[in-house]
Design a binder for this molecule. Structure first.
Ligand SMILES: [Zn+2]
Length: 299
């Protein structure tokens, strides 16, 4: 089923990266620059992430003895320092997720580069370490993103959906490892019903909504893939959801041969396997197209 499987370390059948995007209320200020501060109910729902869910999630990770990755917009790092400090104190990775969850594809190359550098500084200030990875806010990976990540020395990106295992994004400037995710691994389609964001999915019972994540895990375990969740503390960190997710993580752990790791550690391992020739990843050459496809057809 997978043409070029990677050998995971210590005979692990698959790798698991539980990634959370701690967006908090950045998305509300982005969508409602004039009125966000008066949207108290929405603010309370979003602030639940750093205030209530993050401590809960970190407690579970500590009990289960795993360390994972959090993608955090720089604005959230500046506004929720204790949540970020708790991540760092727990040995988890803080990775780059834009400034205020802006759409990179709406920015010029210069603007995107400015906010990328701004976020690097914010993460360095909060963690003492330069970020190794990036996830585009709203999966909005722009035509300039790959080159900018390469220029700033990022090891990996996790915004795209082009494979089931790590692969390489290659441009004229160099290359960066891609850890693919996909919409089925996001928690919004299962649980998000937010009128302010015009996103009104019918909310599933936790036991029903998490089934998709379990089935995704079972197939990654069967075929040796990389399981990447794209979860949000204010969604998956709510009490009933997280209670079920803790059971799911215990189920994954009970297999005994699953590699739970921070994405920066998975990236270092994949890089090493590529360099020593033990893994030949698929390569996506970017840009996919140099000219507007439909307009070419119309000529
Ligand atoms: Zn996000």
């Amino acid at each position: 089923m997978i043409k070029n499987p990677i050998q995971w370390p210590d005979g692990a059948k698959c790798a698991v990266a539980i990634t959370f995007d701690m967006d908090a209320d950045s998305i509300l200020h982005l969508d409602y620059p004039e009125s966000s501060i008066n949207k108290i109910s929405a603010l309370s729902m979003l602030r639940y992430g750093p205030e209530v869910a993050i401590p809960r999630i970190l407690d579970t990770y500590k009990q289960l003895d795993i360390q994972q990755t959090f993608f955090v917009p720089a604005w959230c790092i500046e506004n929720y320092p204790s949540a970020v400090k708790a991540m760092v104190d727990g040995g988890h990775e803080v990775a780059h997720h834009g400034y205020i969850h802006e759409y990179p594809g709406s920015n010029s190359r210069e603007e995107e580069h400015y906010w990328l550098k701004y976020g690097i500084k914010a993460i360095e200030n909060a963690t003492g370490q330069r970020p190794k990875g990036w996830r585009a806010p709203y999966y909005d990976f722009s035509g300039n993103s790959a080159d900018l990540l390469i220029e700033e020395g990022f090891l990996y990106d996790s915004s795209l959906m082009g494979d089931d295992i790590p692969y390489i994004l290659k441009t004229d400037q160099g290359e960066v490892i891609e850890f693919p995710c996909h919409n089925g691994m996001d928690d919004w389609p299962q649980f998000a019903n937010y009128t302010d964001f015009k996103y009104e999915m019918p909310i599933k019972a936790p036991s029903q909504g998490i089934e998709i994540f379990r089935e995704e895990f079972d197939v990654m375990y069967k075929y040796g893939g990389l399981w990447v969740s794209v979860w949000h503390p204010f969604v998956t960190g709510r009490l009933a959801n997280w209670d079920k997710i803790a059971e799911l993580i215990e189920y994954m752990k009970s297999k005994g041969d699953v590699w739970f790791a921070k994405m920066e550690d998975i990236a270092a391992y994949v890089r090493q396997c590529i360099d020593d020739g033990s893994y030949t990843p698929r390569i996506d050459k970017l840009p996919y197209y140099r000219d507007k496809v439909f307009l070419t057809y119309k000529k």
